[in-house]
Write a new protein. Sequence first.
Length: 94
Amino acid sequence: YNYFTYGAACSEVEVDVLTGDMRIMRADILMDLGNSLNPAIDIGQVEGAFMQGVGWCTIEEVIWGCEELKWLKPGQCFTRGPGNYKIPSFNDVP
């Protein structure tokens, strides 16, 4: 069967123009999920997905093998999991 969800998020951020540091001051998230079986689990899933997106867009760095990186085969992705890059921490959550 078809399962559709829709959502939107709006964030207020503070950016230090001298250092480039960014901090999320608040985030408003709206999801249309239909009838929820367990709202507490759904809220946790939505907030976790939001933070995963924040990490993907702001602090994760994808490193691919090239001629400059002799220790990594060309075309091989080095950052394949959370052991190879910084993931969002509790301090990153608004």
